[in-house]
Design a protein around this ligand. Structure first.
Ligand code: TRP
Ligand code: ZN
Length: 474
């Protein structure tokens, strides 16, 4: 009943907008800002999407709906030839707009099929189309580029990320802002889009990307092209084009979700465990967190000693080790927390890492090992001068984003919440949270609001102590 009424109201608004909009313009999508746009001249899109901690990441003035990535990679020369075609909608009149791209040479840019001029400055590629783009219109940008991708560096926690060449291909794990090391785009999780990949590699090399394969690989003249499609919205940092020698296994989870695992020959003995455990955990999380958000699950183990894993959408990537159940539980929990529900700004990263860490504890408890409560109590006993108490996890620092506090104290925050509101409300909160924001964006405030609404409790003091104070909660 409520749904139908809302539908009618929206339809009425749409029709009246059509009636008064000029014939060549789509109906306005939002506020009265359209009036001022009509009187002002077209503006340059902002070089950043508006994340105060990462002012250059992403871009303003448009929203990407789809990336079509065509990549040809030669492991022996480490050279990548790429053509990226982006479909986007303008959120303002645009005289020019930016894409994020680090290094690599740009050969040609077209907008709507017409050549556009472009300039480079740092990691910003500024595109000036031949004619201005009107707010509300959709447009297509095509960038032809090539070069030897250079990975990005994080000094605090993770080392190298982005496109990392390996002996037989590449290990591609781009969080937080490394997608610009291998394709031009709007490199911030506030702008998600669907992806198509066509990746060409020397015959014998395998190319793995997000989502599912569309058809069999085709080999022509000693080169094989693999095609993959992620048909649900995805943040750029979760996109991967991991290449190399791989053994693969595909099928479905016991509950029927398509499952695909891959392992470098050096980790051949990990393949069946990765496949089976990923299937079992995906099915369990679907019970605990709500329906699996994507069209397939799985994972990949590459022979690159990253020592960590990344939750690449549908295909977490494990770097140079045999993944145990705990890390598989972590990366698969991210498919809900981080991938389906994405953060709008990096300081809310505990919404990803705190939840995925808590999921490790829940998995252990489910398996009859250590309970979440026991994990919580153990960490709670860390001395008052321990580093996790100094770092408030609710405000992840740009120069120390992946601090242990964001993971551990973030997870503890959820356990403190569970103790305060009880198991029934806590687990229904998790499901309501994932349902309400499926494929969307979240903030810490929206989580606190929902927790208070579902529990009927005032929880500001709890969240303040656990997320925002530089000291151990009382
Ligand atoms: N999000 C990863 C995790 O599951 C950690 C991570 C952050 C990472 N950035 C990365 C891993 C880059 C690989 C590459 O905790
Ligand atoms: Zn994580």
């Amino acid at each position: 009943m409520r749904v139908r009424r809302r539908g009618l109201v929206m339809l009425a608004a749409f029709v009246s907008a059509l009636a008064c909009a000029p014939a060549d313009e789509p109906p306005p999508t939002g506020s009265s800002s359209r009036l001022s746009n009509e009187t002002s001249t077209a503006q340059a899109g902002a070089p950043g999407i508006g994340d105060p901690d990462f002012p250059q990441d992403g871009n303003g003035g448009y929203d990407v709906s789809h990336y079509d990535l065509v990549i040809d990679y030669t492991p022996t020369t480490k050279r990548l030839e790429g053509v990226t075609t982006i479909k986007a909608g303008a959120t303002q009149d645009l005289s020019s707009f930016n894409l994020d791209l680090a290094g690599l040479g740009v050969r040609q840019v077209t907008v709507g099929g017409s050549p556009a001029t472009f300039t480079r400055q740092g990691d910003e590629l500024t595109v000036r189309p031949a004619s201005k783009i009107r707010t509300g219109s959709t447009f297509t940008v095509r960038v032809a580029y090539s070069g030897v991708p250079k990975p990005a560096k994080d000094s605090a926690n993770l080392g190298t990320y982005g496109f990392i060449a390996t002996a037989d291909g590449a290990f591609v794990a781009s969080e937080p802002n490394g997608s610009k090391t291998w394709f031009p785009g709007n490199d911030h999780p506030a702008d998600k889009a669907t992806f198509d990949f066509a990746i060409t590699v020397p015959a014998g090399v395998v190319a793995l990307a997000n989502g599912e394969q569309t058809g069999q690989p085709t080999t022509v003249g000693g080169k094989t092209t693999y095609r993959w499609r992620e048909r649900h919205p995805m943040a750029t940092y979760l996109a991967t084009a991991t290449m190399g020698k791989f053994e693969t296994r595909s099928g479905s989870t016991p509950a029927g979700i398509p499952n695909f695992a891959a392992a470098d020959p050096k980790f051949k003995s990990s393949l069946d465990g990765l496949y089976t455990t990923s299937g079992e955990i995906t099915d369990y999380w679907s019970q605990v967190f709500g329906p699996y958000p994507f069209s397939s699950t799985g994972g990949m183990v590459d022979d690159y000693s990253a020592g960590y894993a990344l939750e690449n959408q549908t295909k977490p990537l494990y770097g140079g080790f045999d993944p145990d159940e705990s890390i598989i539980a972590h990366e698969l929990a991210h498919q809900w927390f981080g991938n389906s529900l994405s953060i709008k700004r990096w300081k809310d990263l505990w919404l990803n890492e705190g939840f995925a860490t808590y999921a490790e504890w829940l998995w252990s408890e489910h398996k009859g090992s250590k309970t979440a409560e026991a994990f919580f109590n153990e960490y709670r006993q860390r001395p008052a001068d321990d580093a996790i108490w100094k770092y408030p996890p609710g405000r992840a620092k740009p120069n120390d984003l992946f601090n242990q506090s964001v993971y551990t104290r973030g997870g503890m925050t959820l356990h403190a919440l569970r103790q305060a509101i009880g198991d029934a409300t806590f687990f229904s909160l998790l499901k309501t949270w994932t349902a309400q924001h499926r494929y969307g964006h979240v903030t810490t405030e929206s989580f606190v609001d929902l927790a208070e609404r579902l529990s009927g409790k005032q929880l500001d003091a709890l969240f303040d102590a656990w997320l925002f104070q530089p000291r151990r909660p009382a």
